[in-house]
Write a protein that binds this ligand. Sequence first.
Ligand code: PEP
Length: 254
Amino acid sequence: MGRKKVLAGNWKMNTSPEEGMALLQALKANLHPTDSLVVYVAPPHVQLQQTVKLLREKSNFYVAAQDARAEASGAFTGDVSISMLAAMAVDAVILGHSERRLHHQETDAVVNAKMHAAFAAGLIAIVCVGENLEVRQAGNHLGHVWEQLNASIQGLDSKHFNDIIIAYEPVWAIGTGEVASPEQAQAMHQHLRNQLASVYGSDAEEIPLLYGGSCKPSNANALFAQDDVDGGLIGGAALKVSDFHPLFESLKKV
Ligand code: PEP
């Protein structure tokens, strides 16, 4: 079996409980993930419980939180800890999304602490990286994104290669309608995969690398067809099954 394919839907701060429930029912009825093509759903925290409950008996569907705090407990009003997610039977947590880095000043060091906390709690870490437009225009994106990733996953042990998924999400493409070309995505993914292998050994080549940023049915085939693109982290197009299902089918084809 080659590398695992992954389609992950990040609902962000969208969907009422009823809308979330309807979306889950539709996903469950229409998508049939397999061992080699798995699906993650990341609803808002307040809908994690209903999501876990609804997807429990459907295999190869996994539930992710959009963020959580590394400390297990304490005086962090408004926050939720990774160990609390584990206690709710959540499978994974998205870490270092560019919106967290922007609105909550999350640094690579914070993301790194969260990654280790996720592993300690038995969760999959979906670690996001990506350059902003300025870096891309200056032509420094490859080096910049690797630096960000390297710092975010410091201390990654080979025993956790199956517990990590990496998402390359150019900031200029997230929610903007502006999408990386298949060649741009492939160049970055190939670079990250090579760097991972050179630092962590060839087994690290098995870590799934997802693309994220305005991925939709009209551009997914070409993106997913790239050798080093193993799937997508999807925002806007994860909110409607009529968009998300074709993405699943695109990924199934490659
Ligand atoms: C995201 O939120 O991770 C994302 C990729 O959003 P969008 O697909 O809407 O660009």
